[in-house]
Design a binder for this molecule. Structure first.
Ligand SMILES: [Zn+2]
Length: 184
C-alpha cells in the first residue's frame, strides 16, 4: 500500500492575492485565510502527504526570480508549520516557452498541464495515485491531475469558469477538503 497525497496548486487555490493585486510574486503579496490553514491541517490529521506544485512561468518573463519564489515558500512554510501543517515538498516550474529570459524560455516537462512535477514527487515518495488528489483552480491543474491518475477537484476561487474534466467542482479549499474526507 502506497501513501496517500494531496497535490495542491498554489495561487488562488491555497493563497489569495492581497488587495487588488492580480498576481502573487513575493511574500508580501499573499494572504492565506485561517480556515484554509485549518482545512490543510485536517488532511495532515488524516495522514495525507501534502505537496504544492505551482507554475511560475512569469519567471521566464522577468517578473520575478527563483529567489523570490523560494523566499515566498519559506515564508508560507513558517506560517503553516506554526499551525501544524507540514508540506512535504514545494515544486515550481519556472519555464514558459513564450518568455524572453534564457534559460527559462523553453518547452519543459514540468509546466502544468504536463505531469512532470507530479511524476517526480510520485517517484521519490511511494504515492498511491488512485487514493490521491489534485486540487486547483485552473483547467491546467485538472488536466495534469487526470493525466497522472489522481482524482481531481477544481476550486472556484480563481477567475476560471469551471471545467467538465474535474471529478468534482467545489467553491473553495475548505469545501474541497470536505469532499476528500467524505469520498475517501
Ligand atoms: Zn518547467
Amino acid at each position: 500500500m502506497g501513501l496517500r497525497a494531496v497535490f495542491l496548486d498554489r495561487d488562488k487555490t491555497i493563497l489569495m492575492p492581497k488587495g487588488r493585486e492580480k498576481y502573487i510574486y513575493r511574500a508580501e503579496d499573499f494572504h492565506i485565510p485561517d480556515n484554509f490553514i485549518e482545512a490543510l491541517r485536517r488532511l495532515i490529521d488524516q495522514d495525507y502527504l501534502l505537496f504544492v506544485i505551482t507554475n511560475q512561468g512569469r519567471i521566464a518573463k522577468g517578473y520575478l526570480t527563483e529567489k523570490d519564489v523560494e523566499e515566498l515558500h519559506n515564508s508560507l512554510d513558517s506560517i503553516l508549520k506554526d499551525n501544524g501543517v507540514y508540506i512535504s515538498e514545494y515544486e515550481y516550474c519556472p519555464h514558459n516557452p513564450r518568455g524572453s529570459l534564457y534559460p527559462y524560455n523553453i518547452i519543459c516537462e514540468c509546466r502544468k498541464p504536463k505531469t512532470g512535477m507530479i511524476d517526480s514527487i510520485r517517484n521519490s515518495y511511494e504515492i498511491e495515485v488512485s487514493n490521491s488528489w489534485m486540487i486547483g483552480d485552473s483547467y491546467k491543474d485538472i488536466l495534469a491531475g487526470n493525466k497522472a491518475g489522481l482524482r481531481t477537484i477544481q476550486v472556484l476561487t480563481g477567475a476560471e469558469s469551471y471545467t467538465h474534466d474535474a471529478d468534482f467542482v467545489e467553491a473553495d479549499l475548505v469545501k474541497a477538503v470536505n469532499r476528500i474526507l467524505t469520498e475517501k
